[in-house]
Design a protein around this ligand. Structure first.
Ligand code: COA
Length: 248
């Protein structure tokens, strides 16, 4: 029994930790968290969605729904030979993690959601500007997504982020806007970690509280002073929450 339990512990520790970025972003979003993951660092696999970052030349996922994006992630995991993972997602990536936990439970051992929600309607003005002027919309989303006082950090993040396809931010936001599993959270049996910045203006703490109350096995961590881009604003806070939860 003791050996079995030890085996389970090391089994969990050897499961890949797959990290999925949010709208208009790339795998680089997770760099600060990954370098602080300690024992799990070597298991971390940060994905670029097609049309984003290292996969800039590839067509965006179709259709532009969370289900369409989750299909692209499933194909990526299959190509990498990953049959089961801890899935960590930021914003759109969190929606993809929730969708996979529901629709492909065999793939998903646990989920960790950073700045996410069971429903993620998007400000109509942001959607419109993402279609018209994606660069300006990205700067606006990143500014809104950082806490007050983090303006310089936000401007740097927006300027230094990896390139994405011209329609990427728009299509990503359309996928978020259509996402709604508020009535289905109780079906998700996997352990879940919900991380939210205390001053997240894009997916406010109310959304995290709803996730933590509705997911049957959830732990909620609120990061003081952080906004929607908590993995950038407070990488140690996000990594600490992940380390503690992965070890538990
Ligand atoms: N968890 C818990 N409650 C939620 C929720 C979630 N994920 N999503 C919506 N709700 C609640 C809202 O708080 C609201 O409650 P209220 O009636 O008590 O105020 C209700 O459900 C309806 O909200 P919503 O579906 O968002 O419609 P809306 O017409 O009230 O507002 C927006 C639309 C776009 C203004 C609003 O969703 C918003 O401000 N979104 C955040 C900004 C954004 O663009 N985020 C990008 C996410 S990627």
């Amino acid at each position: 029994m003791a050996a079995e339990m030890a085996g389970e512990t090391s089994g969990a520790a050897s499961t890949p930790v797959v990290l999925i970025h949010g709208s208009g972003d790339s795998a680089a979003a997770w760099a600060g968290v990954i370098e602080r993951l300690g024992a799990w660092r070597g298991r971390a696999v940060a994905l670029d969605l097609p049309g984003h970052g290292g996969r800039l030349g590839e067509p965006l996922p179709e259709p532009d729904t969370v289900a369409g994006y989750a299909g692209a992630v499933r194909r990526d995991l299959a190509r990498r030979g990953i049959g089961r993972a801890v899935v960590v997602g930021h914003s759109l990536g969190g929606a993809i993690a929730l969708h996979l936990a529901l629709e492909a439970p065999e793939l998903v051992e646990r989920i960790a959601l950073v700045g996410a929600g069971a429903r993620m309607r998007v400000l109509p003005a942001l959607l419109e500007s993402a279609g018209r002027d994606p660069g300006a919309a990205w700067r606006e989303a990143v500014a809104l997504g950082h806490a007050p006082g983090h303006e310089e950090m936000a401007a740097r993040y927006a300027a230094e982020s990896a390139p994405v396809a011209p329609n990427a931010l728009h299509d990503d936001l359309v996928a978020c806007d259509g996402f709604d599993i508020m009535a289905r959270l109780g079906e998700i049996g996997q352990p879940a970690l919900v991380v939210v910045g205390e001053v997240d203006r894009l997916t406010p703490p109310k959304y995290a509280a709803f996730l933590a109350e509705g997911l049957p096995h959830a732990r909620l961590v609120t990061l003081p002073g952080a906004g929607h881009f908590a993995m950038h604003e407070e990488p140690e806070g996000v990594a600490e929450a992940l380390r503690g939860w992965l070890a538990g």
